[in-house]
Each structure stands twice: as C-alpha cells, then as structure tokens.
Write a protein that binds this ligand. Sequence first.
Ligand code: NM2
Length: 544
Amino acid sequence: MNTKMIDWPTFIGALILLLGVTIPLIVFPEAGQSVVNEANEFVSGNFGALYIVMGLVIFLFLVFVAFSKNGSIKLGDEGEDPEFNTFSWAAMLFAAGIGSSILYWAVIEWAYYYQGPPFGLEAGSQEAIQWATAYGIFHWGPIAWAIYTLPALPIAYFYYVRKKPVLKVSEAVRPVLGNAVDGPLGTIIDVLFMFGLMGGAGTTLALGTPMIAEGVSDLTGIPANLGTQSVIMLLCTLIFAVSAYSGLKRGIKVLSDINLWLSIFILAFIFIFGPTRFISETTVNSVGILADNFFKMATWLEPFGNLGGFEETLFPESWTVFYWAWWLVYAPFVGLFVARISRGRTIRQMVLGTMVYGTLGCILFFGIMGNFGLYLQLTGTYDVIAFLNENGAPATIIEIINQLPLAKFMVLVFTILAIIFLATTFDSSSYILASVVQKSVEGEPLRWNRLFWAFALCLMPLTLLYLGGLGTLQTASIVGGFPLIFIMFLLAWSFMRASNQDIRASESYESSTIYIERWNKKKPKKRKRSALEVLEDKKDEDDE
Ligand code: NM2
C-alpha cells in the first residue's frame, strides 16, 4: 500500500471533523439535534440574502467569463482534441452532479409548491399551480448550474493550462492566498470542502434510500423498513465502490452512459405514453414563466415577513436558500470532477456546456415527470396531494410511477435508475475525495484510497439511519458549508487573476513579435535577422 503520496493532515483532518460531528450526534441525539437546528435557523434566517446574492453574482460572473477573452483559453495543448466526446462528457457531468434526488424532486416538488405557494398566493389557486410548474426548474436551473461550474474554472485552469498535477481546492486559490495554502489554511479549506461534500452526499442518501426502498417494496412486498433501507444502502455502496475502484474510463464513464440511456428511456416513455400534449404545453409555459420572472425569483426574500399584517411563508429560506446551500456544498466536488473530464475543451465550452446541458436536463426531468403527476392531480385521476399528506413523499413518488402503463415494469426501471443515479454521484465523490487527500495525482488517485472514501461516505449515514439522525447530519452539513461562500469568492478571484496575468504576458510577447516582423519588412533587401540581433541593434541605437 503506497502511503507516501497521501497528504496526511488533510486525510486525518477530514476524518476528525466527520467523527467530531457524528459521534456527539450518536451519543447525545436530542441535544445534538437542537443545536444543529438552531444553527440552521440562524444561518438561513440571517444570511439568506447572502446566499441569494451569491447565486445571482456567480451566474452573472460566469456569463461574463464565457464571453470574455478568458473564455477562449483552451484547457490543454494547442490542437489537442477533447478527451471525452460531448455525449459522454455531458452524461458524466450530469450523472456526477445530479443524483437520485432529481428523481425524487422532479416527481414531487410541484406538490409542495401547490400547497405552499410563493408570493403569498392562495394554496391550490390557478396562479399557485402555474408557479409550481416553474419553481422546480428555477431551483435546478441556470443559477444552480452556475454554482456548480465556478470552482471548475480555476481548478481546470491550473491542472491543464499551468499543468500542476494537484486536484485540490486549496491549490486553486494559490494566486490569491500565495504560499499560505501550503500551511494549515490550505488544509482547512480542503477539509471544509470534504466535510460539506460528505454531508451533501448524506442528504442525497437520506432522500434516495427510502424512495428506492419503497420501489423495492412495491415490487416484492418486502416492507420498506430500516432493515430494507440499510441493505439498499450497502448494495448501492458496493456498486459505487466497484465503479470508483475501476476508475474513470472503465467504471465511472460506463455507469454514466447507462445512466443517461436509462434516463432517456424513462423520460421518453412517460412523455409518449403519458399526457403528451399537457406535458409539452405546461413545460413550454413554465420555461416562459421562468424567463419572464428570472430576476424576481432570483432575489425574492420575503422581506416583510409578518410585518404589516402579511402572512410569512418562509418559502425563500426553506426552498431557495436551502437549495443554493445544497448546490454549494457539492460545487467544489463537481468543479473538480468537471475540470478532470474537460481536457481539450475551451473554458467557454466548459462553462456554457455545464450551464446549458445541465439546465436542459433538469427541465426535461421536471417538465416530464413533474407535469405527469400534476396531470393526475388536475384531472382527478389520482389525488397525489391527499396521498402525499397521508403517506409521505417516497411512497407517493412510487405511486405516481404506478399510474403509468406497464406499471410494475416502470417501477422496476425507475428503481434501478435511482440506484444508478445514486451510485454515479457517489463513485465520482469517492474518486474526488481520494484525489484531494493526495499530494499529487498523475493519472488516477490510488485504488485503496478510492475504496476507503467510498466506504467512509456511506458508513456515517448508515449509522445515523439507525439512530434517526440522518436529517440532523444533513442540516449540519449544509450549515457547515457556510464558509464555502467565501471560498467561492476566492476561487473566482484566483481564476481571473491568473488567467489575466497569462493573457497579458502572451499579449506583450505577441506585440514584440509584431514589432520584429515589421522591422524585417522595412529592410527587405537585407538578410533576415534574428530577433536577438534586432534587439541588440536597437539597444546600440538607443545608446548612441
Ligand atoms: N443537488 C443537485 O442527489 C443529488 O441529486 C445530488 C443534489 C445539489 C440538489 C445533488
């Protein structure tokens, strides 16, 4: 086992932080829970505006970068082709950044907005329903994908343009923080990011496992209890551990391709055999609502709360701020991963690719799956809302899929897809966690290291599943991700600083070449002289 490559302070630091949060939750579940909940209310209540501004600023910044000079920089050598074709690239991007949560929320998110609409609208009203179809794609739309893309900029830049073989967040802020990143500050940055990711992944598991368990239970009759859930968690871990162990090209890429084909199949099936016209019209309509109200939604914070007789909804805190925080804890990981797979693309292709393909993918899921559920509700075929309020989301999601033709077969496909979606997020997470705790990564991180993080990712959620603290871990991680807001700012600054420096250097190099060319043209009869001679002559002239 090769241990010399490991960056031990980061490795141990991340483990200590994880155990330091989890063990107290295991020993003092109630006290732990109330501390975490208070911290959550404090952060999302008081810093909601900060999250909202962060989202909007990152979005505007990336649009600016994509169309600036810096956007034309190629990640890799002149003339080099992209390492992965665009289909596999988009598949891996989507499969890594999006987990089983999309199957969960795409099917059911509208039902929450239907009952608890934004802007003080009346629950179940026509307006509430219109917004319900648009808010899901807003929370999974361009701002969200911009949050994902930002860290990829400096990381990819240093990896492929300046050719530093380190895949670390701390390395990407070196232009701003200087050599301080070699010390404890760098370790803290990496550990914070790892902690956020482990918690964000905990949230994904917390949502995904009960839904998969309901699917299995629907198909086999086995009750969806804790035992079933833990077997499912272990099974998923096994799948993603094998995939992470097999590496990027044989494991992660293969699983991502399957993931994409299966998604296309299930979406096409619902679209064709479901209410095709309703789905098309409602989706187009909701994209329009989103485009029309983009800035309104991106800044809505319900500032009056209960003042002046308004009724407070807490919608921004519980949805938009929560979502931005959740995308944020995943962002450095997705950034590292997107950077790793983007060799041979330009910055512009990478930025626009993530934002456009990512958003389009989410629109398809929400438009097709969500509007299918809404259709059942509006036509009275099936009362989703009543079932949801009685039985909870996981069971409702499986019931909605059960309303399709070939119901059992579709539940089977849906459940398998959920497992693969979960696995493709977790295999790339383990791969990245392993890269971050290594001093350098030439090719791929060490195998035992990838395997270690695959199991570490699942061990804590598994323990907490039994103790009922999964929700607390999820909240803790999202609160713990708060410092990442400032790290995001450093990442943007580092990228601009480094790429502007390099652009300036190459421009002054170019202008000196142009000078020499002109000089040679002026005296055509003379033998072509080297740049050095030209400069020496010029120096002599100046001396005289
Ligand atoms: N995000 C995309 O389970 C998942 O889908 C992981 C969740 C941040 C809301 C990512």
